[in-house]
Each structure stands twice: as C-alpha cells, then as structure tokens.
Write a protein that binds this ligand. Structure first.
Ligand code: C2E
Ligand code: MG
Ligand code: MG
Length: 623
C-alpha cells in the first residue's frame, strides 16, 4: 500500500499539534483558524490512510465495498473542508480589510456547502494495481476541483492584496499554497503518487515555523507574553471588533540601589502574582511594567483591585506600584491610540490612571499639539517675537524679551501658553528651545537691534530643558557660531528650574556666567517665591510676574510686600523688571518704588522682528 508518505505526514502533524497545544496560546482569531486547519489536516491524513487500507482490503480480503466507498468519500469531503479551512485561515488576515470581504466570504462558504453536497451525492470508485491504491470517479474529481478553487483563490487573494500583509506572512502562505498546488498537479497526472496529504502537512509546518510559533511571542525569562504578542492581540481585537479591557501594573523602585537579584525576583514575583489572578493572558511590557487583557471591564476592575490588595501587603520590596486602566476598548480609536495611551501615561506618578473620556481628550489634544510642534519645527514656522523692555533710568528701550510663537498655516499665531507645557512634558522643548536660541543669535548677528539701542535680549529657558539635556552646550555653541557678544544674552529661569536640580543648575549657571551671560529669575511672585531663590542664585534681575504686579494695585498687603521686596532686592544690587504694565498709573506706581525696567502692553506687545526694529526706530534715540 502506498501509505508511507501519509504516515510520515501524520507523524509530522502530530508533532505540530503537540507543540502547538503544549504552548500558551494567544486568543487570536487567526490562531484559532490555524488550529482548526491543523486539526482538519490531521483528520484528512487519517482518512487518507484509512481509505487506502479499506481499498486494499476490499480488493484482497472481501472487505465491504460500501464501507470502503463511505470511507473514501469521507476522506475527499474532509479534503474539501481542509481546502476551505486553509482558505479561511490565509484569507482572514487580508479579507476584513477589503471592503467587499463579507460578500466574498459568503460566496466561498456557499461554494463549500454546495461543493460538499455534490461530493456526497456523486458516485465514487476506487482503483488498485499492485501497490498503487487510490479513489476515483466523479466525486473525487469534484473534490479536487473544489480544493483547487480554494488553493487558487488563496494564491490570487494573497497576490492581489500583497500590500495588506507583511512580506513574511505573504511568503509563508504563498509557499504553502504553491506546494499544495504542485502536489495536486503531480497526483492528478500520476494518481498513484499520493502527495497531497504530505504537501498539506509540509505546508502546516511552514506556517507553524513562520507565523504561528507561539514561543516567538513568549518572554523566555518570565513565561509571560511579550510586546509583539500584545501588539498582535490588540490589532486582532480591533480588527474583529472584539471588545476588551486592559490594565497595566508598573513597579516603581523607591531607592536607586536595587540590585540585579532583587530586580529579577521582583519581576518573577509580579508575573506570578498577576498570573494567579485568572486565566487571562499576562504581558510583559518592560522589566517594570506588565499588563493583562480582559474581555470585560468589570472583571478587569475586580482583578486589578485584588492585585492592588496583594501588592499593598508586600512589604519587603522597596517599590510602589502604579496602574493604568483601560476599562473599555471602544473608547480608544484603535491599536495606535491604545499604545499611545500606554506610552503617554506609563510614567504617570499617581497610583491609578484611568482611560476615561476626559483623559483621552487631553491626550488627543496633547498629541495634536505635539504634531503641530513637529510640523512647525520641520517647516520652520517657529517665530520669535520681541517685547521691548523700558529702561526707566535711561528712559529708552534697552532690552527685549524673546517670546516664541508658532505661525499657523493660515497666517495666525499660536501662543506659547498652548504648546510650551506640552513640549516641556514630552521633551520637544529641547529642539524648540534650541531653535529659539538660534533664531535670537541669528537676529543679534545682524546687529540692527544693537544699533537702535538694544543691549540685551532675554531668553526663556524652562526647567524641563535642564531635565532632558544640559542647555549650556548649545548656548555656547550658538553664541560662537553667530558671533554674539555673551553680554547680550540674559537667560530667564523660573523657580521650577531651581527646584528641580539645583546643583546641576548652579554649575551650569556658573559656567555661562563665566562666559559673560547673565540670568534673571522669571515669574517672581507666582509660586513659592522663597527668598532663598534670589539670595543664593547668581541672578542679576528679578522679574515681577504679571499677576504679582497686578495685585499690587488691588491689594494693600501685596503693595507693601512688593515695595519691601523691591527694597531688599535693590540693596542686593539686583535690578527689577515689572511685567504686565498696561496703564500709565501702573507705570507711575512702579517708577515710584524705583523699578528699573518695565515690560508690558503699555509700551508694546511682543512684536515680530521687523516690527520690533520699526518700534525701536520710532521710540529709541539712535545711539
Ligand atoms: P513669560 O516669560 O512670563 O513672558 C511674559 C508673558 O507675558 C508673555 O506671554 C507676554 O506676551 C505677556 N505679557 C507681557 N506684557 C503683558 C501685559 O501687559 N499684559 C498681559 N496680559 N500680558 C503681558 P507669552 O508670549 O504668551 O508667553 C507666555 C509664556 O511662555 C512666557 O511667560 C514663558 O514662560 C513662555 N515662553 C515664551 N517663549 C518661550 C521660549 O522661547 N522658551 C520657553 N521655555 N518658554 C517660553
Ligand atoms: Mg519670561
Ligand atoms: Mg514672566
């Protein structure tokens, strides 16, 4: 009997099945179709072998012909089913993305139903000569045609929709189907060479290795699923419209001195603890962050609370846990937004971050602003405006504050209050700050402002700029590149910058001061306004914030405080700049307490370069 190839194929399929079933599986539509295709292929081989054995026994030992025909028929019906299952598996990753996919899938299902009915009704015969055994007749012919239709369709769909799937998936599916077609063709020409079963098994092995190997999606160390698996799962859920809920737990070590062994054991304990919450898949997103996927939000909340209770009971690990909750996948717009959410809030300090409408809206706004900043940087739509600062002693405008704006495509401007906080949060403040600094330096290199009496330009540097990168480097670099006199540059820092990393800030300030750059303390009167800031910081000027100055006129206590402060600062040889002066009365009040510099709408709003020059021409006597 010519069953050696089938037996060999059956062995291969058994190995694939065992390997597949022994591994943890992801709940994916495609994966369940794969396992169905493998099972059908397995039974197809069994019936292939059974049919050969039955024919052999019918011919040689009076085995009942009708039973043999039934077995042969079952075999070819399963063969058709295998064709259909394989088509379904190969096409599902493509078809949901094609508009007319439902109609197409319905058509192929109808072909399957009617095809199977035809195979069941049509007569079947069998043949045996020497060792060569096979079934034949109209039913067998119909089965081959149907299996051929499915294989050919899979090949065509794969080719036509090539761009919708990865090259890896395309090649694996294409190879599998091409091998099957070739085997069927050979078997058609040489019916005694029963190659189809072997070709199917071979194809399944290719798919298993290339696409469905579960171990590729498992983190070796912890046994949890890895980030590739998460990406696959989330895409699958959105593609097939299967709702889900998700939560992450992140370990935040409280001390800096966590040794390797402690870190490893914490990771293992965390994965174990999360796995014990239930059968849902656990994902390792980083060494500190883990996630669990649920079918519904209530169960997720329930499990997350349990995990939190268990974590709170752990006292021997110097870490606190933070959680992100996505109770309803429908609130997010798709996989991209899902991952954006995780990425945006993974370092959130508060214990629990929930993806509710308000937070998602905030995230969307921030993302829109981030894109706007990116575009503006790329298209050079970042502009520096200059707000003249009046020197009350010299009675002219000797300084200006550089204030950034984004020019919109329609010609309007976006004010920094809208985008600076976002840039500070996501690190865009680094390229943005550099661009502003470079533009100011380029402007100073021209020299037109200096000719008109400008002695100094104030540039804002955020606290965040010290967080991400040391700004000293680019400050010195641009000053050299544009041949700017360092005395022309005054950097405005805020209390937050001082609070964050005082040591680093001080050493940077000293380096720059050595080169001739000076500093101002911005927004004085808004935050803590600790005396310590100006006592211990090498700042030349203090800028009274707009709100602080405004309350001078409204509140008697503030009036006295401000006047007292001004006295103290003057006694320390510091100069004061009052921001937000809008009226003559306010100006006079400031002059009465000997404020040296006045900045505000009374004199001018921040102006684009050319208007600023015009302003100086009009208001400053040429020196
Ligand atoms: P700031 O440094 O305190 O700048 C002063 C702000 O007060 C400016 O707002 C200015 O237009 C506004 N202002 C000036 N005079 C008056 C007035 O009389 N009345 C009123 N109502 N407002 C007045 P702007 O340009 O919107 O800037 C807001 C903040 O954005 C700045 O506050 C600064 O913290 C930040 N910023 C601006 N440019 C940059 C930059 O290049 N880098 C960094 N890191 N931050 C910047
Ligand atoms: Mg400022
Ligand atoms: Mg200010």
């Amino acid at each position: 009997m010519n069953i050696e190839l089938q037996c060999c194929a059956l062995f291969i399929m058994s190995v694939v099945l065992v390997m597949f079933l022994c591994n943890k599986k992801l709940d994916l539509v495609n994966r369940s179709l794969f396992i169905k295709a493998v099972i059908v292929c397995f039974f197809c081989l069994i019936f292939d072998i059974l049919s050969v054995v039955a024919i052999y026994h019918s011919v040689h030992y009076d085995f009942n012909d009708t039973v043999t025909r039934i077995i042969c028929k079952l075999y070819i019906m399963i063969l058709v089913m295998q064709g259909y299952m394989s088509f379904n598996y190969a096409a599902t990753s493509i078809l949901p993305r094609v508009k007319s996919s439902r109609i197409l899938q319905a058509v192929y299902m109808l072909i399957f139903v009617f095809g199977e009915a035809a195979v069941a009704i049509l007569p079947i015969d069998f043949f045996m000569e020497g060792r060569v055994v096979y079934s034949k007749g109209p039913a067998t012919g119909a089965a081959y045609i149907l299996a051929g239709i499915y294989t050919l369709s899979t090949l065509v769909i794969s080719l036509v929709c090539r761009k919708l799937v990865s090259l890896r998936r395309f090649l694996a599916v294409f190879l599998w189907q091409a091998i099957w077609m070739l085997a069927a063709l050979i078997q058609f020409i040489i019916p005694g060479l029963l190659l189809i079963g072997f070709a199917s098994a071979f194809g399944m092995v290719i798919l298993y290795i290339q696409l469905e190997n579960p171990s590729e999606y498992i983190d070796n160390e912890t046994g949890a699923f890895n980030t590739d698996a998460l990406s696959l799962c989330i895409k699958d859920r959105y593609r097939y419209d299967r709702k889900f809920a998700f939560f992450t737990a992140k370990i935040n070590y409280i001390t800096d001195t966590v040794d390797f062994a402690m870190e490893r054991s914490t990771v293992m304990r965390t994965v174990k603890g999360i796995s014990e919450l239930g059968p849902e898949p656990v994902f390792k997103l980083s060494d500190q962050m883990f996630g669990v996927l649920y079918d519904d939000g209530d169960r997720m909340h329930d499990r997350m609370k349990l995990l939190k209770l268990r974590k709170d009971a752990v006292t021997d690990v110097p870490a606190k846990a933070t959680y992100m909750l996505i109770p309803d996948s429908d609130m997010l717009m798709g996989p991209d937004e899902f991952f954006k959410f995780l990425h945006t809030y993974e370092n959130e300090q508060q214990e629990i971050t929930i993806a509710d409408e308000e937070l998602l809206q905030k995230m969307r706004n921030q993302n829109a602003i981030r894109d706007m900043i990116d575009q503006a940087l790329k298209e050079d739509r970042l502009e520096v405006f200059y707000q003249p600062i009046y020197n009350a002693v010299r009675k002219g405008f000797t300084a200006a504050e550089a204030l950034v704006r984004i020019r919109r495509k329609d010609g309007g401007y976006v004010l920094p209050g809208e985008f600076i906080p976002v840039a500070e949060e996501n690190g865009q403040i680094i390229p943005l700050g550099k661009r502003v600094f470079e533009k100011v330096c380029a402007f100073l290199e021209e020299g037109s402002a200096q000719v008109l009496g400008i002695e100094c330009i104030e540039i804002n540097v955020s606290a965040a700029q010290f967080d991400y990168e040391n700004p000293t480097k680019f400050v010195l670099e641009y000053i050299n590149k544009y041949h700017v006199d360092p005395n022309m540059i005054n950097i405005e820092i805020t209390e937050t910058a001082v609070n964050k990393n005082r040591k680093l800030l001080l050493s940077n300030m000293e380096r720059l001061i050595d080169k001739g750059i000076s500093f101002s303390l911005d927004d004085f009167g808004t935050g803590q306004s600790n005396l310590d800031y100006f006592v211990n910081l090498p700042v030349r000027n203090i800028k009274f914030d707009y709100k602080f100055t405004q309350s001078y006129f409204k509140n008697d206590k503030v009036k006295r405080i401000l006047a007292g402060m001004a006295d103290i600062m003057h006694s320390m040889d510091m100069k004061i700049i009052s921001e937000g002066i809008e009226t003559k009365e306010q100006l006079n009040a400031m002059l009465d307490i000997n404020i040296e510099y006045i900045q505000g709408f009374l004199f001018s709003k921040p102006l684009p370069e050319n208007e600023f020059i015009e302003f100086l021409k009009k208001n400053n006597r040429k020196s």
